[in-house]
Design a protein around this ligand. Structure first.
Ligand SMILES: N[C@@H](CCC(=O)N[C@@H](CS)C(=O)NCC(=O)O)C(=O)O
Length: 196
């Protein structure tokens, strides 16, 4: 399998962490999706990362679809346990929403210095704050023996916020999330793929 990625995409990092978590042998293909990377466009028309090319040649896009595929292919306990599926997916949705709002805030700012002041910019920032407030109320389980998809999505999303939008998550406003994140940072596959 081949995974197209770069070093700063939270969506690509999520796919990479899950491949590691599931013990799968995946070749990393580093690319720049913003430069119309020819190798990336050759495997998928969307031109976005992540893309996972499976052993039988299917090009999968969308990090959560890739997550689902890798979870089914790899070894170990499922990242989406059947008995707690709704609760896990509910948390995944909040974490993924945070990831999207933070990423889109960054990209919009790159192209328009006043992006945060537009209606869409304001909606993104407000959604991010609501997602963080929700996580402060309800977090995935702390780092422990088993690993689930909500833990990985929320951790990658929050670490992306800290990486790109420092000062958004604060110990004063989000003490439980900060504490939870400190624990998750010790997860070997999160540590091995940290944003830098
Ligand atoms: N919904 C997608 C988002 C993927 C995405 O936006 N990837 C960005 C990098 S973080 C990208 O490749 N952007 C290039 C472009 O939009 O042309 C997922 O979950 O995988």
């Amino acid at each position: 399998m081949r995974l197209f990625l770069n070093a700063t995409s939270p969506f690509a990092r999520l796919a990479r962490v899950i491949a590691l978590e599931k013990g799968l042998d995946v070749e990393l293909v580093w690319c720049d999706p913003w430069a119309n990377d020819a190798a990336l466009l050759a495997v998928h028309p969307q031109g976005r990362i992540p893309v996972l090319v499976t052993a039988d040649g299917h090009a999968l896009s969308e990090s959560l679809l890739i997550a689902q595929y890798l979870d089914a292919q790899g070894r170990g306990a499922p990242l989406l346990p059947g008995t707690t599926m709704a609760a896990t997916l509910a948390q995944v949705g909040v974490g993924y929403g945070l990831m999207e709002a933070a990423f889109n805030t960054m990209i919009a700012r790159k192209h328009d210095a006043a992006a945060d002041h537009t209606i869409m910019g304001q909606r993104r920032l407000a959604a991010m704050q609501r997602d963080l407030a929700q996580l402060e109320k309800t977090l995935p389980a702390p780092l422990g023996a088993s690993c689930t998809l909500d833990q990985l999505v929320v951790a990658v999303a929050a670490e992306y916020v800290n990486f790109r939008l420092p000062g958004t998550i604060t110990p004063a406003q989000h003490p439980l999330l900060c504490q939870w994140l400190q624990g998750m940072a010790r997860h070997p596959h999160l540590a091995a793929t940290a944003f830098a």
